[in-house]
Write a protein that binds this ligand. Structure first.
Ligand SMILES: Nc1ncnc2c1ncn2[C@@H]1O[C@H](COP(=O)(O)OP(=O)(O)OP(=O)(O)O)[C@@H](O)[C@H]1O
Ligand SMILES: [Mg+2]
Length: 255
C-alpha cells in the first residue's frame, strides 16, 4: 500500500480536537399529507484522528444524519459546526459547496462515477475542481488508485470495472483530496473480505496519519475493531455512544 499521508493537508497535530459538532438536529420528510420525523433531535460530534462509526437498523436515519452533517441536506432544526464554519447551514449554497469541495471526502452507497471517464480521470477530475495542477493531479490519482489496489486498472472505465472496483475508485477519489472530514456511507458493502479490509485500513490511516475525522456508517462488524467510537442510532435517536480507544489518543491503537 502506498502511504497517502506523505504530503499535503496533514491535520495529525489536531488529533483529539473537535472537527464537527451538531446540536439538536431534526429532519422531517413529507409523505403524502403527513410528516415523518427521521432525525429527532440528534446531538453528534466527531474529532480529528477518530474513526467514528455510526450503526443502526435500516431506515433509522443514518444516511440522513450524514447528509445533514456534510452540507448535503438541510435539517429542519438544529445546528452544525464543522471546522472553521461555526454554522454550516447559515452559509450560502455556494459557500457550502465550496466547504464540501475544500474539506470533505465522500464515499457513498451509489458510486457516482462518470461513465465516460477512466478510473484515473475520475480521481483527477475531483482534484482539478480543487485547483490542483494536471501533473500533480495525475501523480496523486495514480498513488490513490494504487493504494486501493487498482494500479493495474487505472485506464478502465466504470463499465469495465466490477462493483467492488468501482467502490474502490470512489474511495480513491475521496482520499486523494486529503480531506479533513471523510463521510463514508457503507463503504465496504460491495467489497469482498480482502478489499473491505484494505478500505477500512485506508480510512483508519487517514484518521491516524493525517488527523482526518472519519464518520463511517456501516453494518460491517469488521469495521468495529478499527473504530475509536461506535454510535448506535435507532428511530432517529442516538441510543449509545461508546469510546473504544483512549480519549484524544487514537494513535495508540495497535493495528
Ligand atoms: N426524501 C425522502 N422522502 C421521504 N422519506 C425519506 C426520504 N429520505 C429518507 N426517507 C425516510 O427516512 C428514513 C431514514 O432514511 P435513511 O436513508 O436515513 O436510513 P438509513 O438508516 O440510512 O437506512 P439504510 O441502512 O437502509 O441505508 C427512512 O424511513 C426513509 O424511508
Ligand atoms: Mg443509508
Amino acid at each position: 500500500m502506498t502511504p497517502l499521508g506523505e504530503k499535503i493537508g496533514n491535520n495529525a497535530h489536531k488529533r483529539g480536537e473537535t472537527a464537527l459538532e451538531a446540536k439538536k438536529l431534526v429532519k422531517r420528510f413529507k409523505t403524502g399529507r403527513t410528516f415523518i420525523e427521521v432525525l429527532k433531535g440528534v446531538d453528534f460530534d466527531a474529532r480529528h484522528g477518530d474513526v467514528t462509526m455510526v450503526m443502526g437498523p435500516s431506515g433509522s436515519g443514518k444516511s440522513t444524519l450524514v447528509a445533514a452533517l456534510s452540507g448535503l441536506l438541510k435539517p429542519d432544526e438544529g445546528h452544525v459546526a464543522a471546522l472553521e464554519a461555526d454554522d454550516l447551514w447559515a452559509l450560502s449554497r455556494g459557500k457550502i459547496d465550496k466547504f464540501r469541495l475544500d474539506h470533505c471526502g465522500f464515499i457513498f452507497q451509489g458510486f457516482n462515477l462518470f461513465p465516460a471517464l477512466t478510473a484515473k480521470q475520475q480521481v483527477m477530475t475531483a482534484l482539478k475542481y480543487q485547483g490542483v495542477g494536471k501533473g500533480e493531479a495525475a501523480r496523486r490519482a495514480q498513488a490513490a488508485l494504487e493504494s486501493v489496489g487498482l494500479g493495474p486498472r487505472v485506464n478502465q472505465r466504470p463499465s469495465e470495472l466490477s462493483g467492488g472496483e468501482k467502490q474502490r475508485v470512489a474511495i480513491a477519489r475521496a482520499l486523494a483530496k486529503n480531506p479533513n472530514l471523510i463521510f463514508a456511507d457503507e463503504p465496504t458493502s460491495a467489497l469482498d473480505g480482502k478489499s473491505g479490509e484494505t478500505v477500512i485500513k485506508l480510512l483508519r490511516a487517514a484518521a491516524t496519519e493525517r488527523g482526518a475525522a472519519v464518520i463511517c456508517v456501516t453494518h460491517d462488524p469488521r469495521l468495529e475493531a478499527y473504530a475509536d467510537r461506535v454510535i448506535h442510532i435507532e428511530d432517529g435517536k442516538i441510543l449509545d455512544d461508546v469510546r473504544r480507544t483512549p480519549d484524544a489518543n487514537p494513535a495508540s491503537l495497535s493495528h
